[in-house]
Design a protein around this ligand. Structure first.
Ligand SMILES: Cc1cc2nc3c(=O)[nH]c(=O)nc-3n(C[C@H](O)[C@H](O)[C@H](O)COP(=O)(O)O)c2cc1C
Length: 185
């Protein structure tokens, strides 16, 4: 049986249990996968969190809508990132989708300018919605989420969040990462 085979638990509602061996096996090497993924343009977000674990944020493109009833999305976070234990402890996060002119913020929250976790919030105007996670006032959209579930898959935690509040920021072009460059859409 291949690792992508799935065993239906309940044919009526489409639920399933994956039967992947642990760890998953792929014949595609890391460099080939990364080069392929570089061709896939994706919106750039700063995912933030605040609570008993402390305040943090990181740049992410691995964000995806899961369901609109209840409103649910997912974020993939490298388990080795400094933010991972803080998000786990806080149990809340906010996905801030960046506008076209926020490359510097994206680089800073990606750790590219050497600015550490909490200090990253010295740039930009920040507010909060329901969960207390930092909301970037200039973000095109902010999805304020409470963690519903976390699945560990290979190097990453797939964090599912129920959206508790949405803030629509100033409309305008969005920032996209494509072919390892920031682009404006
Ligand atoms: C455009 C871009 C997209 C990224 N997307 C993700 C992502 O989806 N998930 C992730 O874990 N890291 C992603 N990263 C890397 C993290 O932003 C980076 O590893 C992290 O912020 C490192 O800082 P920290 O460990 O100090 O938090 C991305 C980086 C960039 C520049």
């Amino acid at each position: 049986m291949s690792w992508i085979d799935q065993r239906p638990d309940d044919a009526m509602d489409g639920a399933f249990t994956a039967v992947a061996p642990t760890p998953p096996i792929s014949s595609v090497d890391q460099a080939a996968f990364r080069d392929a993924m570089a061709r896939l343009g994706a919106a750039v977000h700063v995912v933030t969190s605040a609570g008993p674990g402390g305040r943090t944020g990181f740049t992410a493109t691995a964000v995806c809508s899961v369901s609109d009833q209840p409103a649910t999305l997912l974020v993939c976070l490298n388990r080795r990132s400094n933010s991972a234990p803080l998000l786990a402890r806080n149990g809340v996060f906010c996905v801030n989708t960046l506008g076209a002119n926020e490359e510097k913020l994206a680089d800073m929250f990606a750790g590219r300018s050497g600015v550490h976790l909490d200090e990253r919030f010295n740039v930009g105007e920040w507010t909060t919605l329901k969960t207390g996670s930092p909301v970037l006032a200039s973000a095109v959209i902010a999805f304020d989420c409470r963690t519903l579930d976390v699945k560990t898959v290979a190097s990453h935690n797939v964090i599912f969040g129920v959206v508790e509040a949405i803030r629509l920021g100033p409309p305008g072009p969005a920032l996209v990462y494509h072919e390892r460059l920031y682009k404006k859409v």
